[in-house]
Design a protein around this ligand. Structure first.
Ligand SMILES: Nc1nc2c(ncn2[C@@H]2O[C@H](COP(=O)(O)OP(=O)(O)OP(=O)(O)O)[C@@H](O)[C@H]2O)c(=O)[nH]1
Ligand SMILES: [Mg+2]
Length: 489
């Protein structure tokens, strides 16, 4: 049979043949889950199951106990969840086989299934079948992918919102606005033909609908930066002079003794990094070598690497040694800000347990630095944050400041978590094109062009939105998308 991609073979996306894969990691664990789906899968498993009749007679959404067997040999003691089409993830008959965890058991069960007529599932093939059978649209399929790779609670929450169809509904509603406008244009054109009225004399039918669609598209487009921040995270680099307490702060934020801390200046050479979550934002945090004039070749190499990271940083956490005195701290901050103009910098007054910052340090900062006219955008917006990396005092304020600056840099302040938002670069590209189409249509109308010349732009917008949900999609786009899933999903 020819499958969806025109291939005369069972082993490709789009056929309905029986497939099997391990849905959990093949590693030491209590349980492993082997998932199967496709035409005839219940009969095939019955051929290697200790209680074939119980399995064949099992209703959908029921559990059957028994052994996977190969000839006379027992392979594993399992529980099988049976699903009957269309009430399953894929929309086909399917089963989830709970077997013993670990490398050997899952593999042995899979090998037995392959011997009995299953083929290994391709990446994302279960989700692909779910899409083909109309169980999920493409935005929901992408949300599945996001859930698997979510790094924080907020990232997960947003993926769940897309999985529940919030984005899909918004896209369909916007699409309807374009379609309403197109219907009105077509009516006008038909009417013009009949009555000899020129279409160019008329106002653009459904202009208000196109304007409403455009404003909703622009809202979606803006949502993407926030989504990217919560999904992919940001790079925050801890920098400052040697001995300022950078590694102490790094360890404190990471909650583990990862970096070496010592009173000897120049302790950290190579940069070290780890992931943390700050108010739901995944943050890749890096500790770097202290910045100073040095003759030591290794230390200089370390500093060069620090500079490389600073160039990439979304935020620099500039650690200043409060114990060195107010003038010294301000001079160090000023030097850094001058050297890194335009960077997003959060100055941190460390060692506040030894030397608390002067009263009203925020005002102090504004007075000194804005007047100096080099830090208006970043520095004063952030202000000093006083902490002690030794006692942990001031940490909550630091978390809050980091989150606000990252949100500000991403151009989003606390986006509505329940509202529709884009979740992938693919969706963003298509939304951008739909926006251009809507803008073109309105501009053409402003120039007085007739409705029949404007209609193609609106049709293109409709196509873009259809591609987002998957109503309009070429096979290679689908294949490349589902290829990014893990096997078993
Ligand atoms: N009292 C006090 N001591 C601190 C604080 N933060 C760091 N220290 C001490 O300052 C010294 C230097 O700390 P590190 O964290 O190694 O400093 P660093 O900036 O990473 O130094 P380099 O890696 O050499 O660039 C250590 O002796 C720390 O215990 C603080 O908030 N209070
Ligand atoms: Mg260090």
């Amino acid at each position: 049979m020819t499958n969806l991609f025109g291939v005369q073979d069972g082993g490709f996306y789009g056929d309905e043949g029986p497939i099997a894969a391990c849905a959990t990691a093949l590693a030491e664990s209590a349980l492993a889950l082997v998932r199967v789906s496709g035409r005839g899968c219940v009969d095939l498993i019955s051929g290697c199951f200790s209680r074939p009749e119980a399995l064949r007679g099992a209703a959908g959404n029921s559990v059957v106990y028994g052994w996977i067997v190969d000839g006379g040999r027992r392979i594993d003691e399992v529980l099988i969840n049976v699903y009957r089409a269309p009430k399953s993830y894929t929309g086909e008959d399917g089963m989830d086989i709970s077997c013993h965890g670990g490398l050997a058991a899952g593999r042995a069960v899979l090998q037995t299934l392959y011997k009995h007529g299953f083929r290994p599932a391709l990446r994302g093939e279960f989700s692909f079948r779910s899409f083909l059978n109309g169980k999920i649209d493409l935005t929901r399929a992408e949300a599945v992918l996001e859930m698997v790779s979510a790094k924080s609670d907020k990232g997960l929450g947003r993926a769940v919102s897309r999985l529940s169809g919030v984005l899909e509904q918004e896209i369909r509603q916007i699409n309807k606005l374009f379609l309403d406008s197109l219907t009105e244009i077509e009516l006008l054109l038909d009417y013009s033909e009949l009555d000899g009225v020129s279409a160019d004399d008329e106002a653009l039918p459904g202009r208000a609908a196109v304007e409403a669609a455009l404003s909703r598209l622009l809202r979606l487009e803006r949502s993407y930066r926030a989504e990217k921040l919560y999904r992919d995270g940001a790079l925050a680099v801890i920098a400052g002079k040697p001995n300022a307490g950078k590694s102490s702060l790094f360890n404190l934020l990471l909650r583990e003794e990862r970096s070496i801390i010592s009173e000897i200046p120049g302790t950290t050479r190579d940069w070290i990094e780890g992931w943390i979550s700050i108010e739901g934002i995944p943050v890749r945090l890096a500790d770097t070598a202290g910045l100073r004039e040095s003759e030591d070749a290794l230390e200089r190499l370390g500093m060069e690497r620090s500079f490389g990271l600073l160039d990439e940083a979304d935020l620099v956490i500039l650690v200043l040694d409060g114990a060195s005195g107010g003038d010294e701290v301000m001079a160090a901050a000023e030097d850094f800000m001058k050297a890194r103009k335009g960077a997003s910098v959060l100055p941190v007054w460390n060692k506040a347990d030894l030397a608390p910052p002067p009263h009203g340090v925020e005002h102090f900062c504004a007075a000194n630095f804005c007047a100096a006219n080099f830090c208006a955008a970043n520095f004063c917006a952030a202000n000093f944050c006083a902490i002690s990396a030794k006692t942990g005092d001031g940490l909550n304020l630091l978390y809050e400041r980091i989150a606000r600056i990252l949100e500000k840099t991403a151009g989003t302040a606390a986006p509505d978590p329940a509202g529709p938002a884009l979740g992938s670069g693919r969706q963003k590209t298509l939304i951008d094109t739909a926006i251009s189409c809507a803008e073109n249509a309105l501009a053409m109308h402003d120039e007085g062009l007739p409705a029949d010349l404007i209609a193609p732009s609106l049709r293109e917008a409709v196509n873009c939105l259809g591609e987002i949900t998957g109503e309009v999609s070429s096979h290679d786009i689908l294949e490349s998308m589902f290829n990014r899933f893990c096997v078993g999903k």
